[in-house]
Design a protein around this ligand. Structure first.
Ligand SMILES: Nc1ncnc2c1ncn2[C@@H]1O[C@H](COP(=O)(O)OP(=O)(O)OP(=O)(O)O)[C@@H](O)[C@H]1O
Length: 706
């Protein structure tokens, strides 16, 4: 008897087949999906690489750069072994490499593939790759492979100036001779870049970690990631465009040879430059000063200072103290307290202000513009108010009398005193009723006027607030204008944001600055990255202790690279809205560098001890020392007496000349070199910060240095 077919079997079979089919369909579609995704990803990467990372036409470059293979570099650095790491920077790690024939070279591996790193990579190739000088670190070649980018440089056995000056052990091996020759070498390097290249090259990031030393401790400049070629005549290079296609076009004429143009459209940066925003907030008002100083006659400054020191001798113009005070008050009332007007006075008009003026400006008025980072009329107004109260200004006393003694007689006496009237005339009242009435009315009117005046005196602080508010409004207006201007010029959004930070948060920014609250995106990011590395290397020093001592704080601040340079080394004009990178910006950074080399200190070194606070800001401290005529106090204690006092004094004063706020007053680099060589007298360069004529500081240097 045939067995009855099991009805569940085909069902089970069908079910199994269905499941299998479903699994197969899902997995195959998944495979197809991922394959497409992978393909798209690779296509995107290759497109991206083609548009962004293929370096400029190396074959057409005036200097032939070698193309290294990844394999070659891997071999030379022992697979990028940690033992071969010779330094770490903001954009990558630097390894020591060795060729088969035993030659050493340095390999910079760009760790992040951000747009900024990309731009810096292209910049190095296009600018440093086209320059050949014994004062610049030679770029030997590059490698772009497997999504890695490398730059290969000549090896500098004595590393960077940063490491030599601030090594962990704290023993700087640099003697005076070495320091002086490093200063001279950097000056010569800048001279080559500013005057030896056509068009000139502006480095944009002069600082100790970018000064490398060869086996004989000869200094060479490296890191051209932020450098620019000056193309727009006197107006410099547009710092914000960072259009490498443009710079490619420009670098074509290097060395007198022309290179074909290649279109390398590197996108602009979108990093928010908090460092600059902060600087901008503190220098927005000072920028006005720079302009004023430009137009100011140095003679008038010295006359003004003389006036201050000689006191009454100078103010023998017949004006008494009160009248000067009144003059100032009236200017304030009319909101005409315009610094530019005050500072553009002719020598005579400065003299006319006499004693009152010296009180008004105070002893340190032209130091404030640099040191405090804030220069505005509020400083002067505050100072003036202070001086008026402290010195028991008779004018104020008179007014006190008016307020406290409402009786007519007393008031009359007060007013009479002010108006130089004969008191007795009123006391012996011989007027008839009508005359008396008129007299009373007249007196009342005068009293009212006086009270009004007093009210204005009282409202000085309020007036200052108003003035500051107005300043802020006008700043915002300016920012608005700049935004529109830059929008029109199709500039990058970075700029807008930067100014948004500056404009809208300007007060907070300033407060932050005063309280030492800095927040630079890149800086803090670097700090967190590097702190773990530092911890590894330096176990016995906790992060907390470093922070407390301020050492880490200082280190991070002075090595924080922003788009426009490194904090403390960036010239003030780049913070005030100026967007052109100029040679004088390098000169400013060079001024800071000189002070760092001579003092063996970071430009901003905050320590817990309050005694040392005055020395925290190297530039301000140096200015204070210059004011007191004691610049040599700045020289590194480690040098003890083993330094040339004449050379040290010259370098410090040269640094001060380079650190002048107004770029046009800074010497150019050829003057700098000549001054260092003893071929030129420093006193012939413009000087804005000395309380006494430059000759007091400088004598001509007879010694010639080759
Ligand atoms: N050619 C070289 N030879 C020897 N050491 C080098 C060379 N180039 C760089 N280094 C070392 O590597 C360190 C890092 O250099 P790098 O240029 O990457 O960064 P940085 O200038 O310190 O920082 P940033 O790039 O943020 O400005 C240098 O301080 C130096 O010690």
């Amino acid at each position: 008897m045939p067995s009855r077919p099991n009805p569940t079997r085909p069902k089970l079979f069908i079910n199994r087949t269905k499941t299998l089919f479903l699994i197969l369909t899902i997995s195959s579609s998944l495979v197809i999906f991922f394959a497409i995704l992978y393909f798209i990803y690779h296509l995107w990467i290759s497109l991206l690489n083609r548009s962004r990372t293929i370096p400029f036409d190396v074959a057409a470059s005036p200097l032939k750069l070698q193309i290294f293979s990844y394999k070659e570099l891997k071999l030379a650095t022992n697979d990028f072994d940690e033992s071969n790491v010779i330094g770490r920077g903001g954009s990558g790690t630097v390894f020591r490499g060795i060729t088969r024939d035993g030659k050493l070279f340095a390999v910079k591996r760009l760790d992040s593939l951000s747009l900024q790193t990309e731009a810096e990579f292209q910049n190095e190739l296009q600018i440093l790759g086209g320059l050949k000088s014994s004062f610049l670190v030679t770029l030997l070649g590059y490698c772009v492979e497997k999504n890695h980018k490398f730059l290969i440089y000549e090896y500098m056995p004595n590393k960077s100036l940063q490491e030599l000056l601030f090594n962990e052990a704290g023993d700087s091996c640099l003697n005076w001779g070495m320091r002086f020759s490093i200063i001279l070498d950097v000056a010569k390097a800048l001279e080559f870049m500013h005057f030896g290249c056509d068009p000139p090259v502006i480095h944009g990031d002069i600082k100790p970690s970018n000064v490398l030393l060869d086996s004989e401790f000869r200094a060479k400049i490296s890191d051209f990631g932020l450098s620019r070629v000056k193309v727009e005549g006197a107006y410099g290079v547009d710092l914000f465009s960072q259009d490498l296609g443009k710079s490619q076009e420009l670098s074509a004429t290097f060395g007198g040879e022309s290179t074909p143009q290649t279109a390398i459209g590197t996108p602009t940066h979108h990093e928010v430059d908090f460092a600059l925003a902060l600087q901008a907030s503190s220098s927005s008002k000072t920028s006005r000063t720079s302009r004023n100083i430009k137009g100011m006659d140095l003679n008038s400054m010295s006359l003004a200072m003389e006036g201050e020191t000689k006191g009454k001798e100078v103010s023998n113009d017949g004006h008494d103290h009160d009248s000067k005070a009144n003059h100032v008050v009236l200017s304030c009332e009319d909101h005409e307290f315009d610094q530019s007007k005050e500072m553009n006075l002719s020598p005579n008009s400065v003299l006319d202000l006499g004693k009152g003026s010296s009180k008004q400006w105070g002893r340190d008025w032209w130091w404030k513009q640099e040191g405090s980072g804030e220069l505005c009329s509020k400083d002067y107004v505050r100072e003036w108010i202070g001086s008026q109260i402290d010195t028991a200004n008779p004018d104020w006393d008179d007014e006190k009398k008016i307020i406290n003694t409402p009786e007519l007689g007393v008031s009359t006496r007060t007013i009479d005193k002010v108006e130089d009237r004969d008191e007795s005339g009123l006391n012996e009242s011989r007027f008839d009723t009508l005359q008396e009435k008129f007299a009373k009315e007249e007196i009342n009117e005068k009293m009212k006027k006086k009270l009004k005046k007093k009210k204005k005196h009282r409202n000085m602080e309020e007036w200052w607030k108003e003035e500051e508010h107005q300043d802020e409004i006008s700043n915002k207006k300016k920012i608005g204008m700049r935004r529109i201007k830059f929008k029109n010029c199709l500039k990058v959004p970075h700029f807008r944001y930067c100014f948004h930070q500056k404009g809208e948060n300007s007060v907070q920014d300033r407060e932050g600055e005063a309280g030492g609250e800095f927040s630079f995106r890149k800086g803090w990011r670097r700090k967190s990255n590097s702190s773990s590395k530092k911890k590894k290397n330096n176990n016995n020093r906790s992060m907390g202790s470093e922070m407390w001592s301020g050492d880490l704080f200082s280190r991070e601040l002075s090595s924080t690279t922003s788009m426009r340079g490194t904090l403390c080394y960036i010239a003030p004009e780049y913070g005030g809205g100026c967007c052109y990178l100029m040679e004088k910006g390098d000169i400013y950074s060079f001024g800071v560098l000189i002070l760092v080399i001579i003092s063996g200190r970071r430009p901003l070194h905050v320590l817990a001890s309050p005694i040392k606070l005055e020395k925290a800001n190297l530039v301000s401290w140096c200015r204070q020392l210059a004011q007191s005529g004691n610049v040599l106090e700045l020289v590194d204690e480690k040098l003890k007496d083993g330094y040339n006092k004449e050379e040290a004094g010259l370098c410090i004063n040269l640094a001060l000349a380079c650190l002048q706020k107004a770029p046009e007053l800074r010497p150019d680099v050829s003057e700098v070199v000549r001054i260092l060589r003893g071929e030129m007298d420093i006193s012939s360069t413009a000087f804005e910060f000395s309380p006494s004529p430059p000759a007091k500081f400088y004598g001509s240097r007879s010694k010639q240095r080759s």
